[in-house]
Ligand binder design. Structure first.
Ligand code: GLY
Length: 398
């Protein structure tokens, strides 16, 4: 008996002496997000009623109010604001936020009834309806997701083995079949649909797309192209090029981030260890090239480094991914990925990257499309989405 008591005392002392995994205050960061969401809702109502078809998109460096965009089929970011509201509701349990999340989400319902315009349907529908269904279980939300997954699958080309990302670029650029890195994220909706009453073929499409992208969008050193261009007759790769990166042979930060997030998700959905091996390779090359605060320059070979703009959105995407990736590894590798993700969240939660009083978004310093001259060093809604997602994952994994 004496031995057992001594053992328990020892265990208690041991537990108390272990460092807590909580190195950033998740609740404080999520409370900050909740306050910024309230500010944004106030701004959107503008003293009257909210137009639920207008979504916050960005706040440029010199401005302090959201630039909103109509939920047209061409606007790829419309799912992120409803997604932010769903995560905020999950954290706060505030019924008012739930009501707003529903209304913004439901303004995207028409995507279930129109032909696919391009590949961004996963971003649009899985961030909004996907999170909405996860938190409410509403059957009508599930029906929208299933219909849109079928619509995304119409862009699949079986000769190439991937989804056509940008039908609009086929003719003007002579890119007969093009597949971009970002497209990996849309596969999550296909995996989900295949498991939740949709066509089982959607699973095979997602796997084929992931496998061919692995072979075509990455160089031998595991850095990535943004776009892979394929021959539609042979299905072979013609070339890898960039669109939003600095050059065809450089690593665009958000492109690599989509890859890390995408292949982590492919491993979760399939259990195939080849995806996890691959995540390790593409993550390690990304981590090796980061500046001290773990928030990348918008391209790893951007002109003007160290004064080049950063991309906080890439940091938020990778932080969210690596919190999950760390759970699939053991020992040192798991610890390395967890610590890297925490370092990213620490930087993003500091006054350097949080907007705080200056504007109602969560984060500053994202870069949307440097070669196109748009959204440089701005607050962008998808950075906020992946930041709040990462904070929720962090809180759940503590
Ligand atoms: N999907 C476009 C981007 O990452 O900017």
């Amino acid at each position: 008996m004496k031995k057992i008591v001594l053992g328990l005392v020892f265990l208690g002392l041991y537990a108390c002496s272990q460092p807590t995994r909580e190195t950033i205050n998740a609740d404080e960061a999520l409370d900050y997000c909740a306050a910024q969401v309230d500010r944004t809702l106030h701004e959107l109502s503008n003293g009257g009623s909210i137009d639920y078809t207008m979504m916050p998109r960005n706040i440029m460096d010199s401005l302090t109010v959201w630039h909103t965009r109509k939920t047209t089929k061409e606007e790829w970011t419309s799912g992120f604001w409803p997604g932010v509201l769903w995560y905020d509701y999950e954290y706060t349990k505030d019924q008012k936020i739930k009501g707003e999340a529903e209304k913004f989400t439901e303004s995207l319902e028409y995507f279930a009834h129109i032909p696919a315009y391009d590949h961004d349907l996963g971003f649009l529908i899985f961030c909004s309806y996907g999170n909405g269904y996860r938190l409410t279980g509403k059957p009508e939300y599930k029906n929208v997701i299933l219909a849109v997954a079928d619509s995304l699958a119409t862009l699949y080309n079986p000769v190439v083995g991937t989804i056509l990302s940008w039908p609009r670029e086929v003719e003007p650029r002579n890119w007969p079949h093009n597949t971009i890195m970002d497209n990996l994220i849309n596969l999550e909706m296909l995996f989900w649909a295949a498991k939740n009453g949709g066509n089982k073929r959607l699973y095979d499409i997602a796997v084929s797309h992931a496998d061919k992208s692995m072979k075509s969008l990455f160089r031998p050193d595991y850095t990535s192209y943004h776009v892979a261009v394929f021959d539609t007759i042979t299905g072979n790769l013609i070339k890898g090029v960039t669109h939003q990166g600095y050059a065809d042979n450089t690593m665009w930060a958000r492109g690599q981030a989509w890859g890390i997030y995408g292949y982590t998700m492919c491993y979760r959905e399939t259990g195939d260890p080849k995806y996890l091996d691959f995540v390790e390779k593409i993550t390690d090359v990304y981590l090796k090239g980061l500046p001290e605060d773990y928030v990348p320059y918008w391209d790893f070979s951007a002109p003007g480094i160290p004064d080049a703009p950063r991309d906080a959105s890439a940091a938020a995407i990778v932080a969210s991914a690596l919190l999950e990736t760390s759970t699939y590894f053991e020992g040192k590798k798991s610890e390395e990925y967890w610590n890297a993700a925490v370092k990213m969240l620490e930087s993003l939660s500091s006054p350097v990257y949080q907007c705080r009083e200056s504007k109602p978004a969560f984060l500053l310093h994202s870069t949307g499309h440097w070669p196109g001259g748009s959204e440089i060093d701005a607050s962008i809604i998808y950075a906020d989405y992946y930041y709040i997602e990462a904070l929720m994952r962090y809180k759940k994994l503590l």
